[in-house]
Design a protein around this ligand. Sequence first.
Ligand code: NAD
Ligand code: MG
Length: 397
Amino acid sequence: MKAITILGSTGSIGTQTLDIVSHNPDKFRVVGLAAGSNVSLLAEQIREFQPEIVALGNQDKLTQLQDAIASCPHQPQILVGSEGICEVARYGDAASVVTGIVGCAGLLPTIAAIEAGKDIALANKETLIAGAPVVLPLVAKHQVKLLPADSEHSAIFQCLQGVPQGGLRRIILTASGGSFRDLPVEQLSSVTVQDALKHPNWSMGQKITIDSATLMNKGLEVIEAHYLFGVDYDQIDIVIHPQSIIHSLIEVQDTSMLAQLGWPDMRLPLLYALSWPERIYTDWEQLDLVKAGDLTFREPDHQKYPCMQLAYAAGRAGGLMPAVLNAANEQAVALFLREKIGFLDIPRLIEQVCDRFKAQNNIHPSLEDIISADQWARQAILDAETTSSGNRFIALK
Ligand code: NAD
Ligand code: MG
């Protein structure tokens, strides 16, 4: 029986992890849950999974949560705010912490979990992209495992099992192409938030769905792959694979290629991040190659999707630049979701902010440096947006 804690339990990653737990009650037990503000779902989860400790990010909703579980025979310890979430991350005998909080808000709780000796099932890519210069040394120091739950990185990790040291030559990340993969580039300037939120293959949280539409998600995954597998950026490629059946591939030294396949279902990489090195039997729909049909591939269009190149450039610059790219992206996506900027303003703003930061980059940053670069980039996006004197697009072009 493995004890686990789930950060971001009410989100797409969190609820799919809990689905694994409820179908495997003899294998997994929930110690802690943390969520932002979805009180009714969190209350349901407390009733069903009986965690010892719970944190609610939004402290204004504490009374609401207490009322919602007042009749519950099981009463967990309840904490609030970001310190509460960190406490849940480090609490008790959980062997593994699933990081399903979205954005850089996941950074401090992930660090807390690592310092408490927990293995990390890493869904929250923003944490590693912004925090790798601090997170990776901590992983080594505390000898914990950083197990990828992102489907592409899980695929690479699965392909790597049995590949000897030095055997890896190249990583090929597959990308579905996101909501606008079949839309001509000229039409991207007028797409709406609702259009962008319609992902063809995966059902995920809003932020990552927009990242998939801009292809920034794939750019972030390039940086994530660099940090997780220690591969140079020149050895990481992207290929568009609209069916999302091959979740990524590796090429080894002799040019042999290995791929991992499955239906697009995040429970599979999540389960592997929790069960590695074991393989747990599931009754999920088995992949039927004939039903999957054609598997096709095409070059990514960097003209249409500049975010991938922005991410490669930030990754190659290293140091604080990935943190700046990530924070600028988070803030730009938030503005897009609030309909304050257009879809094409997302890459334009991020590029502006990364350019402005170049002279200040620090290759060996501390945690404080990362947090202040993150805040600087968010503010730089807001400044760019508000200096547009009424016409929100003027200053951005
Ligand atoms: P989501 O929006 O569905 O869920 C986010 C969760 O985090 C919610 O429980 C929310 O309450 C919580 N949260 C948000 N802000 C918070 C804060 N400031 N403090 C505390 N809790 C907060 O997001 P998601 O799609 O589940 O994605 C979570 C992470 O996993 C992201 O980093 C994403 O890139 C990554 N990821 C997701 C998928 C997927 O299929 N959903 C796939 C790969 C990677
Ligand atoms: Mg992914």
